[in-house]
Design a protein around this ligand. Sequence first.
Ligand code: NAP
Length: 374
Amino acid sequence: MSRERIVVLGASGETGRLVVAALAERGFAVVAAGRSRTRTEAALGDRAADVELAELDLTEPGRVRALLAGASTVVTAIGPFDALGRVVLEAALDAGADYVDTTAEQPFVAWARSTQHDRAVATGVTVVPGAGAAGAPGDLLVALAGEHVDGPCEVHVAYAFPQGLWRTSSAGTRRSLATLLGAPVLASVEGRLVEERLAEHRRLAWFPRPVGPRHAAAVPGLEPLSVPDHRPDARLVRTYLSLSTPGSESLQFLGNVARWQPARERLRSLLGPAPGRSRGGSAADREGARWACVAEVASDTTVGRAWAYGTGPHTLTAASVTTVVERLVAGTVPAGVVAPSLVGPPGKLLDRIGATTDLRWGRAVSERPTGPRR
Ligand SMILES: NC(=O)c1ccc[n+]([C@@H]2O[C@H](COP(=O)([O-])OP(=O)(O)OC[C@H]3O[C@@H](n4cnc5c(N)ncnc54)[C@H](OP(=O)(O)O)[C@@H]3O)[C@@H](O)[C@H]2O)c1
């Protein structure tokens, strides 16, 4: 049993409570921090007895620093991260604590990488943003798909939520997704981050059965930010979401409308429920929600594909975050803001996540057909 002190922020939330339970299950000493002790206790149920409870509101920076002093690792599940995440990451670095989060917000991770990496290296702290369901699997699958693909390549990562991402999202996830409307979509092109428009690029993504091949539209994912850490020869890295053609058209339309500031604010408040108001899908819907992810790494001669699938993106997020924490505690991960694939051998990480969830993964490599391309 480890006696590391792991502080989890947002422990009363849908994701935070699952993270607390998964960490406690693996024997960590957990401090579960929520805005209200009563709400956190209620959210944790029987688990509350196994952890230390703390109260914390991010609007009180002094208390954030006091709570994080003495923490070996900070895990945060408080979103939207672009509004509420910066203070936590900065406080973790001040405290010299490793940092993991559940964000899927590209602007926040871009900020963390561009402004906090050097400081993390200087203080010997490891920062792993985007260790949840929308981030970690894609990055790990790219590493696995590309293992036998040498030289410059294109990388395409696609996610599918067959019952509908929106329908099975929690209120907190909806709030975070709403903040992405109108934000630029970054792709990595020839080693530089390039702004594109939401759903502007489309492709057919080869999801594993039973999902099968599906149309997918480009979205602001975390892979364009993380993949160049371990695949510097990638000429292109883009993230996609499986959507029908009308769905892609609607998303592109919404993205274009949201470029206009007043419309953006209106759309965000319509789509993202106000804090404290639950307008997300039910917990049972989320638990049974299927997800799949496929990564394709293609050079001029070879195509590698790796895929993973399972149910319950929030459970997956908790297991993935916990697996990252285990590696951080083992002390084998480099300092800096790092990609999930730098946390440990990607296959072993996915196997570890699959040991406590129904995640399954596979991969294949094939020669690229030669002859004139259309
Ligand atoms: N990468 C992925 O696939 C993935 C998966 C799941 C979640 N996420 C992300 O994780 C985040 C949380 O999602 P969720 O579904 O767990 O949301 P949630 O159920 O609404 O929980 C949010 C948590 O943040 C706390 N919080 C909000 N404002 C705070 C403040 N000012 N100070 C302290 N605590 C505050 C809430 O406390 P109260 O209870 O007091 O309101 C609650 O504990 C979102 O950004 C979501 O997108 C990502």
